[in-house]
Ligand binder design. Structure first.
Ligand code: GP9
Ligand code: MN
Length: 687
């Protein structure tokens, strides 16, 4: 009893006690808000532990600043800091509700109009419970005014305050270490703001975001119009005329882009225990009306999926580190596929993805790209058996997408991002319909299983396209975004390929992913042209009969006879039909043999190829880092204003379901849904 009393006395009558009380209340409140107001997706013991822990270090550090002051001032400063921290939480609660993301300095800075919109709707989206964010501040003030808390005017030794700050810094470092261990590349790869908050905390996120924003805006400030001139000069000098034989063969068709997650070229035709792993894609690959490419390379860097998207939508490379879509997707100006197709050919543009909208900053970047619709996970019914890894299982994703696809005004440009075939290639028993491979490398052996599943899902979607007749009106584009088996699995990779060894050169060739254009009546065939993701947009635009002349795009039409066939990798490695480079070693492409002592002519050739690759990469980087497209104003293009786009589900669906829209599949089907034409064997959907 005595102890409790003296503890209470310490808490209510000493300065450190007061500080502790404020900190504990702030901690508990923040944790409750994490759990109830955001969906941070903490999985497993470590992530949950860090989520619980992470409000403490920054709270301690910031509130602790007040301890350096004397007398009453100290108390009020602590309260003001507490209030500001709460205000930041409160603002994020509202912003998150509307945009499923955290507030960013670049948003506050660049899109005043978004803030305006938010201002108008603020009353509409605020819930009464949001104000509980300020409850602890209020309670503390009342306790002070009623003198339950007595102000301790004695000065605190500076050493004590310093010790508290030191402890906070140590805790912060420990937190960061544990977070990095659980998710390597957390700070450098810029996955998702949710990850930063989940692992490090909402205040640390503010610092991280502030740092990123400062970095990007300083680079941008240095850039000027003359940088754009040098880019233009390079592109003009290297312009490749698209193949006229294919110009406009798909004019006016819908474009359905299917993003095959982590899908490598070697899977095409691959058999395991006598069974084809991807029978549907194999059939498509060999179909006479499919243009397939067997020397098509992924060119992604750390930004993985988002780099693939950046290249396909813009024909610009990802960056050397981090994700360009995350770092620049919100603030930069783009001239992207959806915007071009919408403005020049009247396309409706949409992305569907059964994963979190904030991942890779999609919910901001797609606005800058000019996508009219973005349907992420929140547009889909999600119960735990529907979901694996990063999103809905592909069959369930497709099944639930029908109701949206059939409502899109035609012609549409639609990208569907699959995700089940994603590392670590986990799949529940009921969905496993092919055996795992037997390399004994755990991260490799499930790959054929999830790839097989993805293939079946594609098969189901194709059936539906056929039944509804949409296949006749649609150009299907399929591509693998990047490797599924990383370069850390040489032994298992050799085994899968039936080779004795797996060299660095083999690993470069392992970066091949499928690219297919499929359309009724298309003059198809398997093309051996060397190319990469950077080339998809120019190739697509030519098929659609939309000129790419004068655009800032680093790729070329893959069907052009003059395609340069120099395929850059993000780290400066490259491959051409003759030569390849990995690290500092050169190879002959056809034999995979190392070029040991090139004569001076060959040496010059190799060096000039290497220079070409690095020049191209760095010019593309300049476009993104310097936000150069803001200076680019071609007559035919109307600059995209991200604030014109709204992915709020209710609003978007109201627009999509409007009966004014007379070109949708649904409308043409006598205003009846085609949902029943979609057949799936997904065990989760069995009645
Ligand atoms: C998540 C998904 C995965 O939404 O697109 O991205 P990745 O990890 O492959 O880059
Ligand atoms: Mn991916």
């Amino acid at each position: 009893m005595r102890q409790i009393k003296s503890f209470l006395q310490w808490l209510l009558e000493t300065k450190v006690g007061f500080f502790t009380l404020v900190l504990v209340l702030f901690w508990l409140k923040t944790y409750c808000i994490y759990l109830t107001k955001f969906s941070l997706g903490a999985n497993g013991a470590m992530q949950n532990f860090l989520l619980l822990l992470n409000p403490i270090p920054s709270g301690m550090l910031l509130l602790g600043l007040g301890l350096f002051l004397k007398g009453r001032k100290s108390y009020w400063v602590i309260i003001v800091i507490d209030f500001l921290l709460s205000l930041w939480l409160f603002a994020n609660i509202l912003y998150y509700r509307e945009f499923s993301n955290f507030l960013s300095l670049s948003i506050i800075k660049t899109s005043g109009s978004t803030a305006d919109n938010l201002g108008k709707s603020i009353v509409g989206i605020t819930h009464a419970t949001d104000f509980l964010t300020f409850l602890d501040v209020g309670v503390i003030i009342v306790l002070l005014l009623t003198k339950v808390i007595k102000i301790d005017v004695r000065a605190l030794k500076v050493q004590v305050s310093l010790l508290i700050e030191l402890l906070a810094a140590l805790l912060m470092a420990l937190n960061l270490l544990m977070a990095q261990k659980d998710r390597s590349g957390l700070l450098t790869r810029t996955f998702d703001n949710n990850y930063i908050v989940k692992y490090l905390g909402i205040n640390e996120y503010a610092v991280y975001d502030g740092f990123k924003t400062a970095q990007t805006s300083s680079q941008m400030a240095k850039a000027n119009v003359s940088d754009l001139q040098s880019v233009k000069k390079y592109l003009r000098a290297n312009y490749v005329k698209p193949n006229p034989e294919y110009t406009g063969v798909a004019k006016g068709k819908n474009v359905l882009v299917i993003h095959l997650e982590s899908f490598q070229q070697f899977l095409i035709g691959y058999k395991w225990k006598g069974k084809e792993v991807t029978p549907n894609l194999n059939k498509l690959y060999h179909a006479k009306d499919t243009l397939s490419f067997d020397n098509f390379y992924n060119q992604v860097g750390q930004g993985k999926t988002s780099d693939a998207e950046m290249m396909l939508e813009n024909s610009l490379y990802g960056l050397q580190s981090g994700s360009a879509m995350s770092s620049y997707g919100t603030s930069n100006t783009f001239e992207s596929a959806p915007a071009i197709l919408n403005q020049r050919a009247g396309y409706t543009t949409a992305v569907m993805h059964g994963g979190a909208g904030s991942f890779w900053n999609r919910n901001n970047a797609y606005k800058s790209f000019g996508y009219q619709y973005f349907m992420p996970l929140s547009y889909y019914k999600n119960i735990s058996k529907y979901y694996v890894g990063y999103g809905l299982k592909d069959k369930i994703f497709f099944a639930q997408s029908i109701k949206y696809i059939e409502r899109l005004p035609q012609p549409f440009y639609l990208k569907m991002i699959t995700v089940t075939n994603h590392y670590p290639y986990d799949l529940d028993k009921a969905n496993q319909t092919i055996d795992k491979t037997d390399t004994d490398d755990e991260t490799v052996d499930g790959y054929v299983q999830t790839a097989h599943y993805l293939d079946q899902a594609i098969g189901e979607l194709m059936q539906w396209l056929k039944k509804t007749g949409l296949d006749k009106k649609t150009l299907l584009v399929l591509y693998g975004d990047h490797y599924g088996i990383s370069g850390n699995h040489h032994k298992a990779s050799a085994q899968l390929l039936g080779q004795d060894e797996f060299t660095d050169f083999d690993n470069l060739k392992f970066q091949r992913v499928p690219l297919m254009f499929h359309m009724k009546g298309l003059k198809g065939g398997i093309k051996h042209t060397y190319g990469g993701e950077i080339d998809v947009l120019p190739t697509l635009l030519n098929l659609l009969g939309v000129s790419d002349k004068g655009t800032i795009q680093f790729g070329h039409d893959l069907l052009s006879a003059q395609a340069p066939q120099v395929v850059a990798q993000r780290n400066g490695d490259f491959i051409t039909p003759e030569y390849a480079k990995v690290g500092s070693t050169y190879y002959y492409t056809d034999t995979g043999e190392e070029i040991e002592q090139p004569d001076s002519k060959l040496k010059n050739k190799l060096v000039s190829l290497s220079n070409r690759v690095t020049t191209e990469l760095s010019l593309s980087d300049r476009v993104i880092n310097g936000n150069l497209l803001r200076f680019y104003k071609p007559k035919w293009f109307k600059k995209i204003k991200p604030s014109d786009y709204d992915y709020n589900k209710e609003k978007a669906l109201k627009k999509l379901y409007s009966t004014k829209n007379k070109t949708s599949l649904w409308y043409k089907n006598h205003r009846k849904s085609t949902q029943s034409a979609f057949k799936t064997d997904a065990p989760e959907l069995k009645k």
